[in-house]
Write a protein that binds this ligand. Structure first.
Ligand code: TPP
Ligand code: MG
Length: 409
């Protein structure tokens, strides 16, 4: 299907034919048939091609009458700036890992368009539930970059306050964040708030049981959730073809009574257009939606992975030609919205953020090993208390033996 904001188009589904549930309402809102509502577009939505040219409306992958408007100039320029900053941050973090200043960094190099659009489509009161790979999205949402990266030093549970930022802590156990997202959306609906929740996951994560439960619950309770799947073609070393034989990941929405949309995940213009509309529809009460972004993980899964063992360099080169940052630069320059001065200002901003990260992540922070047991439960279980006491004992012995060694010197 094509997610449409056209609420005035005729309803071609008679009440007898339409299922007697929330879908009926959604079909009425979209003004298209149940079949059109449910089936993902035959083609992905692409508005700017890899050469940076705006495609003719009829070739953007939408069905007639359901085209997406090009987002405004101000939104496009803001998106480009964040793309450049996001790329710089990805590469800076990878360098900090090599220098031993960060323990691990799952880079979204190549996926920055998805990261930026995921943040820019949301309003202040909305919530985002990211994965370990979505640091750039969290930062673009406005969370301090050093606070975002704290979790990757491995010495603290997370660097920002999720309630204040309205961003869940970046989740490593796959898809647990989708259930949290659905819970927050359910709570917001019960309270009568107009919050929209963006729930992020990868292609591999769509095979998890929690993915099924989250989508089903969101659809049955008609919740304002957008499931944003970044299909970067790999789950560590497992290619998508070994993971799923669904015609697309957007098709997975159909089984839950939810609309799905496919979009070029390296085209930030299309991503903004699709996600902006998805957010507006979810806020307007149309229920959950799934957006699959077709992108590519340009680097290894993390620094602990060697991607040359499971994919060809020719494949990576093919995707380099579809780079989201270069594409947007060419498009904006061609439209006269970006010149050398603009580029220089944006590059300086990116350098500033990179310097902030180098400084912030080089400072040694004292660590209390007992913090491992805090914040797990409001009252610790007997097992946690026992383990905590064991650790305290070990630390005391360690300190005593260090003291006696020092005394014997
Ligand atoms: C519940 C669970 N099972 C397995 C893992 C190990 N694991 C970590 S990342 C990953 C691959 C996930 O791939 P995908 O969802 O495509 O996200 P990507 O890393 O490509 O962004 C796996 C299997 C995990 N973290 N959590
Ligand atoms: Mg993946």
């Amino acid at each position: 299907m094509t997610i449409s904001a056209d609420h005035t188009a005729p309803d071609t589904t008679s009440p007898q034919e339409a299922p007697d549930n929330a879908l009926n309402e959604a079909v009425k809102n979209f003004g298209i048939t149940v079949e059109d509502y449910m089936l993902p577009a035959r083609h992905q939505i692409q508005m700017v091609d890899p050469e940076g040219r705006l495609k003719p409306r009829g070739e953007q992958g939408t069905q007639p009458g359901h085209e997406y408007p090009v987002p405004g100039d101000r939104e496009l320029l803001a998106a480009y700036e964040q793309l450049v900053v996001g790329r710089r941050v990805n590469d800076q973090n990878s360098a900090l890992v090599r220098q031993g200043r960060m323990a691990v960094y799952p880079s979204s190099h190549g996926q920055e368009a998805c990261q930026v659009a995921a943040a820019l489509c949301l309003s202040d009161g909305d919530w985002m539930f990211p994965t370990y790979r979505d640091a750039v999205a969290v930062m673009t949402r406005g969370v301090d970059p050093v606070q975002v990266m704290t979790i990757f030093r491995g010495d603290w549970h997370g660097g920002y306050d999720p309630l204040e930022a309205k961003v869940g802590i970046q989740c490593t156990p796959l898809t647990t964040q989708l259930l949290h997202a659905v819970g927050v959306a359910h709570a917001a609906k019960l309270r009568g708030e107009d919050t929209v929740v963006l729930a992020m996951c990868g292609d591999g994560a769509t095979s998890e049981g929690d993915f099924h439960e989250a989508l089903n619950f969101a659809a049955v309770f008609h919740l304002p959730v957008i499931f944003f799947v970044q299909n970067n073609k790999y789950a560590i070393s497992v290619p998508l073809a070994h993971q799923s034989v669904a015609p697309s990941l957007a098709h997975k929405a159909v089984g839950y009574g939810m609309a799905g949309e496919r979009v070029d995940g390296n085209d930030v213009v299309a991503l903004l257009a699709v996600l902006d509309r998805a957010v507006a529809l979810a806020r307007g009460g149309s229920g959950p939606l799934l957006v699959e972004a077709n992108t590519y993980r340009m680097q290894a899964h993390t620094n602990a992975d060697d991607d040359t063992r499971y994919r060809e360099s020719a494949e990576v080169a093919e995707w380099r030609a579809k780079d989201p940052v270069n594409r947007m630069r060419t498009y904006l320059t061609g439209r006269g919205l970006l010149d050398d001065d603009g580029e220089a200002r944006i590059a300086a901003h990116a350098e500033l953020v990179a310097a902030q990260l180098r400084k912030g992540l080089s400072e040694d922070v004292p660590v209390d090993p007992q913090e491992l047991f805090r914040h797990v439960f409001s009252s610790p279980t007997p097992q946690l208390r026992e383990q905590s006491a064991f650790l305290a004992d070990e630390l005391a012995r360690d300190a005593a033996s260090t003291d006696s060694k020092e005394a014997g010197k």
